[in-house]
Design a protein around this ligand. Sequence first.
Ligand code: C2O
Ligand code: CU
Ligand code: CU
Length: 480
Amino acid sequence: MSADRREFLTLLGSSAVAACVGRSSAAALDSASQADSVGPLRTPAALGAGELAAMPAEQQVWPGSTTRLLTFGGSYPGPTLRAQAGDRFAVRVVNRLAEPTNVHWHGLVAPAQMDGHPADALSPGAVRDYTFPIAQRAGTYWYHPHVDGTTGRQVYSGMAGFFLVADAEESRLGLPAGEREVALLLQDRRSYRDRSFTYAPGPMDVLSGYLGDAALVNGVPGAALPLAAALYRFRFLNGSNARIFRLGFSDGRVLHVIGTDGGLLDRPMAAASVDLGPGERLDALIDLSDVVPGRSVWLRSLAFAGGGMGMGMGGLATQGAPMELLRLDVDRLGPLTPPLPARLVTLERLDPSRAVATRRFVFEMTMPPFAGGARINGRSFSPSRVDERVRLGDLEVWEFVNASNESHPVHVHAASFQVISRSRGGLGPQDLGWKDTVLTWPGETVRVAIRFSHYPGLYVLHCHNLEHEDAGMMLNVEVE
Ligand code: C2O
Ligand code: CU
Ligand code: CU
């Protein structure tokens, strides 16, 4: 407890200093240079097992400068973890940072003591062996730190990576693989002139989230990817603190959505655009076979309204501002695109009419959002208070009620769920299949069917807007 308190005080001190620095350099956002700074997309190294060190590093983010980062494994994004369903996953995490951290395996169901609960931190110098059986279907999962109060800053500083799971059912489909399977970590950052990842959320940033003016894909602003005129599999991860992306292409071509947070859908769904909130993933086939070599297509985030106040620093650092994400440079012919599979995998359907209980979670914020300003059911997170008790194996309906003017991407640990309904309209392709994070728009109620079927223990439910989460929009859920 006293260690926690010390850390909290240190944090207060450093963020007060950072807030001053942040304010003076606030006018120095350099968005104008974004469009020209096209650099090659980075592909993180793969890691199956071994050591994953949390460590500071310096890396070129913008051309001609280096940025001080916090990383996993010395690189941003961190190494891509790969595992096969049914395998036992094992990595040794060493904390080489000067502050506590931990790792949460987002979307994977891990025993509670391996899950990276916000109160379960590794002190500087500590070593932890994280090991658990991969009980999940093939899918696009990810990992990031999850210490109460510092998740937003540590993720923003560079700590995030993919965790890709494969299985036999997926392999049989013969989806594009190798260089035609591309994992894209989508994030936004503030392009301060000094090229630092200064993280200094003021009250308005806590309200709307720490929005940046620059879109980074795999840590690269204005990234470009050379590819063939062929069919590709893109796995998107929105690893932003607060930014919602409305994914689409500059020439209006569609995304053939084949999977969401928790794996593949039963069949592909074509969509001209897909909304992806912080924490959500999307698996899609992109057919570029008609693009003439020499031409480029931009993956972009389309403009939208109604995502929240999201004023942030104005300009591009606004929720819903259009952003160019990745330039796809088609530079060669490729194999002809085979017909897309009509069926993908068999999905178990949770039947909400069989639910044994309904729980309601009301997400609220007050202005200004100081202590107690970000709440679920009237409560801010307390690490030792158990807020909900759920029985292992029970099917329940959970209602996420957004009673605020901001968006809340709601995330649940230790279980996947299926979206039943949205009060604002129909479900989007990103709502289908197995989910662990679902975006709720201002004023919207989203209902999901959920069942915890793996482990008892203490887990959390929270908003994945990391500023909201760190401000307390999180509850403890005890599975028993
Ligand atoms: Cu991605 Cu509880 O987090
Ligand atoms: Cu999670
Ligand atoms: Cu929120």
